[in-house]
Design a protein around this ligand. Structure first.
Ligand SMILES: N[C@@H](CCC[C@H](N)C(=O)O)C(=O)O
Length: 293
């Protein structure tokens, strides 16, 4: 039977999402419905779907409530093809904006809110410069992957970075090579990582470092969504990979230019190890209703 869904369309630097609220966990969508909503010709069109559900009403919510009982809301994120992802850095920043605009939470500038995700609890907040998320502890994956991207002359080595979800970052030769990559096609990975990966291509800014801030350019092919205009966790992974390559002289403050805008990434000390923090704009574009098949 057909039913109606009230949704809001939002984006962070062009990485776009369909958001809806389901506080009591009554309206989980199946992968086919998610893919239909994200279809850019026959649906609303988006890189992913985000359901706002109380952690108490979701199986995956038990672990986040054990980690932090304050994590009342869970960001139930799905990629455009209907697959589940552990984390979405742009999505969680847009999610906070949506929770605030919908009146589901109250938060003053500079305060932080605990949000449940499949990667664990993440702290989010906002200030006059944008919406900010602490992506938590990151890790380097001890495995080099050979990445073949259509439009690039040779396969290149990629470095694995985990920021709650998996990424492989590849340094390409120059801006022309970055622009020439045909990222609408799925990159070929060897070996294939156990859960797949988002693939980021990066080049240094000119100059790489100015006034204590490092700048890079990035394009991304997202697992489950294809090429997107931005990927928040991807920009964090790209900055972390570049800092790894650049060595001790590299700063902890990064600006990552993506096709949809610029995001800020900062590495900060945490009680449990180094954390990576992502900041940038989050926009709600319109709200509507749609009939679900
Ligand atoms: N766009 C997101 C990442 C979304 C999930 C990703 N496609 C995956 O499967 O891991 C971001 O802003 O981080």
């Amino acid at each position: 039977m057909a039913s109606t869904l009230s949704f809001t369309k939002g984006h962070g630097t062009g990485n776009d999402f369909v958001l809806f609220s389901d506080p009591d966990g009554q309206e989980a969508l199946d992968p086919g419905q998610i893919a239909a909503l994200c279809d850019r010709h026959f649906g609303i069109g988006a890189d992913g779907v985000i359901r706002a559900v109380r952690s108490a009403h979701l199986d995956a919510g038990a672990a986040v409530l054990a980690e932090d009982p304050a994590a009342e809301w869970f960001m139930d994120y799905h990629n455009a093809d209907g697959s589940v992802a552990e984390m979405c850095g742009n999505g969680i920043r847009v999610f906070l904006h949506y929770l605030l605009e919908s009146g589901l939470v109250e938060l003053a500038p500079g305060e932080q809110l605990a949000i449940g995700t499949r990667a664990g609890v993440r702290m989010v907040g906002y200030d006059p410069l944008g919406y900010v998320v602490d992506l938590g502890r990151w890790s380097l994956v001890e495995r080099e992957t050979l990445v073949r991207v259509k439009g690039l002359p040779v396969a290149r080595p990629g470095i694995g970075i985990d920021v709650g979800n998996p990424h492989i970052v590849v340094a390409v030769a120059d801006a022309a090579e970055l622009d020439g990559a045909e990222l609408e096609y799925v990159p070929q990975l060897d070996p294939v990582p156990p859960h797949g990966a988002n693939v980021e291509l990066v080049v240094p800014g000119e100059p790489l470092i100015a006034d204590g801030v490092a700048r890079i350019r990035m394009r991304v092919h997202e697992r489950g969504s294809g090429e997107t205009l931005s990927c928040g966790t991807g920009t964090a992974a790209a900055a972390l990979a570049f800092r790894h390559w650049a060595g001790a002289a590299a700063p902890n403050d990064w600006r990552v230019e993506v096709p949809g805008g610029v995001l800020g990434v900062r590495m900060v000390p945490g009680a449990d190890g180094e954390h990576v923090v992502l900041a940038g704009p989050a926009t709600l574009v319109y709200s509507g209703t749609i009939t679900l098949a």
